[in-house]
Ligand binder design. Structure first.
Ligand code: HEC
Ligand code: HEC
Length: 391
C-alpha cells in the first residue's frame, strides 16, 4: 500500500507533520492553523487528493481501516462486511444488479465502486452523505446491509478484541473504552482514500502524449466521447486530470419509467414520512419506489426526481452491471440507452424530468463500438491485471 503524503511547506504543516510522525496525528489542530493536506503527486490523470485535517493518513490507520472494512463480524448474521458489496477482486463492487446484504436480503440499488470515492464531493447515488467518514456509518445499521440494530455489537468487538485494542491504541492513542464510531469511521475512510485508480491507457495517451496507448478504435471512441456523444459534458475531463464526473445530479431516464404515473403521489407520501422522521437511508434502500425518487429524497425538489449523481467511469469495464439500479448489463446497452435519447427501449416514453443534456445522439453502430472500446481504455494500471484475467 503506497500512499505518499507530502505536506505543503509552511510552519503550520510542519507542526502537523510532527504530529503525523509521532503517531499523535488525531489531535485536533486549533482552528485556522492547518487548512488541508494533500498528496501533490497523485497517479497520472488524478488531481491531488484532499485529506481532512482531522483525519490525516498514517500507514497504521490505513491498515486498521482495511481490517475493519473486511470484518464480517460487524453484521447481524456474521456474514457481511463492506467488502461483500465492495469486493477488492471485483473493482470494489459486487457485480450484482442490486446488493445482497444480511440473511439473503436484497437492497434497491447497485453498489457503486469505492475506487476514487475519496474524490466524491458527496457520497451515495443521491448524495445524502457529505463524506467517507459519515457514509461508512450508514450500511452498518441499514436493515438490508449489515443489519445491526445499533453500533453496540461492533463497539463491543473493537473494545475487547486484543488486536483491535492494540491497533486503536497505536493509531489514535486511546484506550479501549474510548473507542467510538467516530474513530472506526476515520480508520475506514483512511483506508478508502488509498483505493484509487489512474494511469490508464487513456491517461497515458491524453496527459502524457503516448500516441500508442490507445488503439485506433479507442482514439475514434474518444472523439465520440468528446463530440457527438457529448459524454464529456457530465463525465468531465480537465486539462490535467479527469475524474469523469461533474459531481452533479441528472435524470438520464433510468428506472423512472416504472414509477412515472405515481410520481406526484409517491413524492408527497415520501415527504410526509420524512417530515415525521423516517430514515432516508433505510427508506431508499428498502423500498424500490422510494429509491427511484433519486436526488429528490435528499433535496425535496420535484425537478430532481429520478436524478442521480454522475458516477466516475474509471475501471468501468470491471463494474457491470450499470446504473443506480443495475438495469443495464453491459457497456453496449449503456451507450444504446444514451443513443436513444434516455430510453432503454426504443419507443418508451421519455420521462418529464429528463436532463436537458440527454437527447438522441444519432450514433451509428461503428461509433457505438468505438465508444465502448474507448470506455475500456479507462481501466487503471492497478486493475489492469484483473481485466486481463476476466477477458
Ligand atoms: C449489502 C451491500 C453493501 C454493504 C455491506 C456496504 N455497501 Fe457501500 N454501498 C452499497 C450500495 C448499494 C451503495 C449505494 C447506495 C445508495 O447510493 O443509496 C453503496 C454506497 C457506498 C459508497 C458511496 C460511493 C459513491 O460513489 O457514492 C461508499 C463509499 C461505500 N458504499 C462504502 C461502504 C463501506 C465503508 C461499507 C462498510 C461499512 C459498505 N459500503 C458496506 C452496498 C453496500
Ligand atoms: C447529462 C449528464 C450525462 C451525460 C451527457 C452522460 N452521462 Fe453517463 N451518467 C450520468 C449519470 C447521472 C449516470 C447515473 C444515472 C443513473 O444511474 O440513474 C450516468 C451513468 C453512466 C454509466 C454507468 C456508470 C455506473 O457505474 O453504473 C456509464 C457507463 C456512462 N454513464 C457512460 C456515459 C457515456 C458513454 C456517455 C455519452 C454517450 C454519457 N455517459 C453521457 C450522467 C451523464
Amino acid at each position: 500500500m503506497r500512499f505518499i503524503i507530502v505536506l505543503t511547506l509552511s510552519i503550520t504543516s510542519l507542526f502537523a507533520y510532527a504530529q503525523f510522525v509521532t503517531g499523535n496525528a488525531d489531535t485536533k489542530p486549533s482552528p485556522g492553523t492547518i487548512k488541508q493536506q494533500s498528496n501533490p503527486k497523485p497517479m497520472l490523470g488524478l488531481p491531488p487528493l484532499i485529506i481532512p485535517v482531522d483525519n490525516p493518513q498514517t500507514q497504521a490507520k490505513i491498515e486498521l481501516g482495511n481490517k475493519l472494512f473486511h470484518d464480517k463480524r460487524f453484521s447481524i448474521d456474521g456474514t457481511v462486511s463492506c467488502s461483500n458489496c465492495h469486493d477488492d477482486n471485483k473493482a470494489f463492487t459486487d457485480n450484482l444488479p442490486v446488493s445482497l446484504g444480511n440473511n439473503g436480503k436484497f437492497g434497491t440499488r447497485n453498489a457503486p465502486t469505492v475506487i476514487n470515492a475519496a474524490y466524491n464531493k458527496v457520497q451515495f447515488w443521491d448524495g445524502r452523505e457529505p463524506d467517507l467518514e459519515s457514509q461508512s456509518k450508514q450500511p452498518l445499521i441499514n436493515p438490508v446491509e449489515h443489519g445491526l440494530s445499533d453500533y453496540k455489537p461492533l463497539l463491543t468487538i473493537v473494545q475487547t478484541d486484543p488486536e483491535y485494542v492494540t491497533a486503536f491504541k497505536s493509531v489514535f492513542n486511546i484506550n479501549e473504552k474510548a473507542i467510538t464510531m467516530d474513530y472506526v469511521a476515520k480508520a475506514i475512510a483512511s483506508f478508502e482514500r488509498t483505493v484509487l485508480s489512474g494511469n490508464s491507457a487513456f491517461d497515458r495517451y491524453y496527459f502524457k502524449g503516448d500516441k500508442t496507448a490507445l488503439s485506433e478504435a479507442q482514439m475514434r471512441g474518444l472523439q465520440v466521447f468528446l463530440g457527438q456523444g457529448r459524454c464529456v459534458s457530465c463525465h468531465v475531463i480537465e486539462n490535467d486530470q479527469a475524474l469523469f464526473t461533474d459531481s452533479k445530479f441528472h435524470n438520464i431516464g433510468i428506472g423512472i419509467n416504472q414509477i412515472q404515473q405515481d410520481v406526484p403521489k409517491l413524492a408527497e407520501a415520501f415527504l410526509a414520512a420524512k417530515n415525521k422522521g423516517a430514515n432516508v437511508d433505510i427508506s431508499v434502500l428498502s423500498d424500490k419506489k422510494s429509491s427511484e425518487l433519486g436526488r429528490f429524497a435528499v433535496t425535496d425538489v420535484l425537478s430532481e426526481v429520478g436524478a442521480f449523481k454522475t458516477p466516475t467511469l474509471r475501471d468501468i469495464e470491471l463494474t457491470a452491471p450499470y446504473m443506480h439500479d443495475g438495469s443495464l448489463k453491459n457497456l453496449n446497452d449503456v451507450v444504446k440507452h444514451y443513443n436513444n435519447g434516455g430510453v432503454t427501449k426504443v419507443g418508451d416514453p421519455v420521462n418529464p424530468y429528463l436532463s436537458g443534456g440527454i437527447r438522441p445522439l444519432k450514433l451509428d453502430n461503428n461509433q457505438i463500438d468505438d465508444l465502448v472500446a474507448f470506455l475500456k481504455a479507462l481501466t487503471g494500471s492497478k486493475a489492469a491485471n484483473l481485466a486481463a484475467k476476466e477477458n
